[in-house]
Design a protein around this ligand. Sequence first.
Ligand code: NAI
Ligand code: PYL
Ligand code: MG
Length: 259
Amino acid sequence: MALLTPEDLKNINKQLEEADSTVRRVTGLDVKQVCKALYGTSPCCEKVGIVPVTSGNGIIGNFSASLNAITQYFGFESFVTDMPDVSGYYEALQKGAEIILMADDHTFLAHNLKNGKIANNQPCTGIIYAEIASRHLKADSNNLLVIGLGKVGFPGAAHLVKKGFNVYGYDADKLLLEKAVSNLGIIPFNPSSPRKFSTIFEATPCANTIPEVVISENCVISTPGIPCAISDELRKKYDVEIVMEPLGIGTVSMLYSVL
Ligand code: NAI
Ligand code: PYL
Ligand code: MG
């Protein structure tokens, strides 16, 4: 998994506010309203315990503090445990946590201890960014392009197919593209015979993954992928709206999915 850096998480509240206003401009709803519409749930003062985890590459500076800021931004009560790992988990339970958030290098989970529901960050991130793309108010058609069909992109593409969109998909890995075509029924996108899209969902860990020829004027790109999928130059040239934020939107999607 591509790991976040403390730099990615700098000024997380500002990043959240900006992403939330972009989501509002694009969809007419803020992120919480999109989550409510998507999962049919609403928080009811659940207490979230955030447990730092030292295994593998260890603690990411700003990670737990950012989760704390994110959960509070979205209206949850939350705290970070003083201890990490198993001791931190025990501490979270003793302090009354109802939902646990914790991540190692492979899995970032939310576990609601009251109802037993569990969420994984990758599908929840794919689904919420796809849902935001699907709600583009000024989309010019039912066509949507998905670039990157991995652990985040595939569930996002599946969500769009389920919602009835004509999903065109591309992944640099031919096997993953074939899997998405045969399992989901998406239309394989061929970069050498491109067409324009007004809505794109991108989920890769690479820069410049969206070729200029597919971008239409006022296009919306909904992308959890870091770094950004297009250059600043292309963004300005086509007046592109980009929904992109390193941790919060995916996290609130996990939280609503376990309520
Ligand atoms: P993954 O490795 O499972 O999938 C990425 C896919 O992108 C791969 O299938 C790869 O073949 C494809 N790819 C790479 N370069 C490409 C290109 N130029 N054109 C088309 N396809 C290309 O990774 P995963 O877990 O799906 O994560 C994707 C991105 O999302 C990563 O940058 C990750 O850090 C980020 N992420 C962001 C979150 C957020 O809250 N903002 C949450 C979780 C992940
Ligand atoms: C959840 C993010 C989204 C993108 N990449 C994922 C990542 O960086 N995962 C690793 C998280 C490790 C957290 C560390 C800590 O500080 O508790 N164990
Ligand atoms: Mg996110």
